[in-house]
Ligand binder design. Sequence first.
Ligand code: ZN
Length: 261
Amino acid sequence: MGYTSGQQMNRNLKDTYHKLGELLVRRNLAPSEAIDEALAVQRLHIGQKRTPQRLGEILIERKVLSRRLVQEILQEQQVGRGEKRILKIGLRDAEGVAVVVLEGRLDETKEKPVTQIFERLMNRGFARIAVDCSRLVYLDSHGISSFMAYIDEARARGGDMKFFSLTPEAGFVVKRLGLGNFVQTFAKEDEALKAFELPIDEYMSRGALAEYVSTDSRSSRVFHLSYCNDAQRIREKDRIYYESKWHARDAGKLGCKRCKP
Ligand SMILES: [Zn+2]
């Protein structure tokens, strides 16, 4: 090992912390105290002018994590940084919904295998598709564009394509592309599956996903699009939001004649 300045070591330490420690805490794979203790060990090594032991190694030695898990995470980080361009596509059936599991990196080089999967699903008559994004470590606008034509097609056939367990980064891409008003995303799989019980039209008005609002007061038997002037006049504390038009009707409300939800 060559000479490394203290400053350089500190920078390496910080990088390591952000890349591994933060990820571990965010995913609840290790308690933050365990990370702090491991970082203290690294600082001790630096104080002794030694090359600090790697964070993963310390956590393995202390039996906080298994070697296998650390290797998986490190590999995932390489994929995330684009050093490895891996995308695994899995497929399973969940009560008549085809669940497509994307694992790895969905960038412009992976449009073809993804569109082939959707093509096959459509040909087999699957119009209800849920995309599991929990193991998607990278998504860019090219990657997501491979979905778009199939969302329209699935809807035209009375189904939909919904997404669940997006990482914050993938969620950001979806928002930045303005898809938040067009594509339903859910935190968890069971929420996504449940949403298939209603046709997508129950969630949409004028081509966009919408919020439906009414008031608790018995004087109003009407529900609105959240941006309707009449809805704006309902005091915040009196507002009731409905997941869909169906939910509003089920609660005994009728669509407003002005905003026509
Ligand atoms: Zn209205």
